[in-house]
Design a protein around this ligand. Structure first.
Ligand code: SAM
Length: 220
């Protein structure tokens, strides 16, 4: 077998060492998954040379794929073991769902923009990451009740507060991660539900696109 490392594999290794490990990502399963999943297949062709840079990349329809560090931080915060059913709100390119799919039993990812839902499906299939990931076209600001409860929920768009329906759809015990704040700047909040109570911590400062649709939980 030829053990030569391709240029893309080298970029992926660099991303893991420089943008993830060196910045404090410790979960070996997250590092392994992101060191294996072909991120370049989730990025529009004209940006592929930037696929492993630590910056958001446009994916069309005014949306972006988050920088690798933020994806890793969000996924690490969920502390997945491999048995979970996970809801993602905001499929975008499908990359974050692919990482979740590598670490959990089942992933449902909901996307409000039809072109992006279609693109996420296609990207997941081409990358060979779609077996346990289902892309739903719809408004996820109220979650996705038909499949609730979820062991973990990851929201990739910002709102002024965590939509209460998402907390209701979270299993006890369970974890939710979501950017909360103003349009310009948010805190990445990790909510833990346990023993009938919830607690929150701030994982990082961040800047996400706003959550669309829904009633009451978005920016006016
Ligand atoms: N996780 C994505 C990835 O890996 O490429 C990046 C997501 S991008 C930062 C945010 C996504 O959330 C956009 O695709 C946007 O259309 C979607 N979105 C915004 N509001 C939504 C809503 N209410 N329901 C579902 N998706 C929503």
């Amino acid at each position: 077998m030829n053990g030569a490392v391709t240029a893309t594999e080298a970029q992926r290794r660099y991303m893991v060492e420089r943008h993830l490990k060196a910045r404090g990502i410790r979960d070996e399963r997250v590092l392994e998954a992101m060191g294996r999943i072909p991120r370049e297949l989730f990025v529009p062709e004209r940006y592929r040379h930037n696929a492993y840079c630590d910056e958001p990349i446009p994916i069309g329809c005014g949306q972006t794929i988050s920088q690798p560090y933020i994806t890793a931080l969000m996924v690490q915060a969920l502390e997945l073991k491999g048995t979970e059913k996970v809801l993602e709100v905001g499929a975008g390119s499908g990359y974050h769902a692919a990482v979740l799919g590598a670490l959990a039993r089942e992933v449902i990812t909901i996307e409000i923009i039809p072109e992006l839902a279609e693109m996420a499906r296609r990207n997941l299939e081409v990358a060979g990451c779609g077996a346990n990931v289902r892309v739903i076209l719809g408004d996820g600001s109220l979650g996705y009740p038909p499949e609730a409860p979820y062991d973990a929920i990851s929201v990739a768009a910002a709102a002024p507060e965590i939509p209460p329906p998402l907390v209701d759809e979270l299993r006890d015990p369970g974890r939710l991660v979501m950017p909360i704040g103003s349009l310009d700047e948010q805190e990445l909040i990790v909510l833990t539900k346990s023993g009938g109570a919830t607690s929150t911590r701030v994982a990082a400062l961040c800047r996400f696109v706003p959550l669309q649709g829904g009633e009451g939980w978005r920016f006016d």
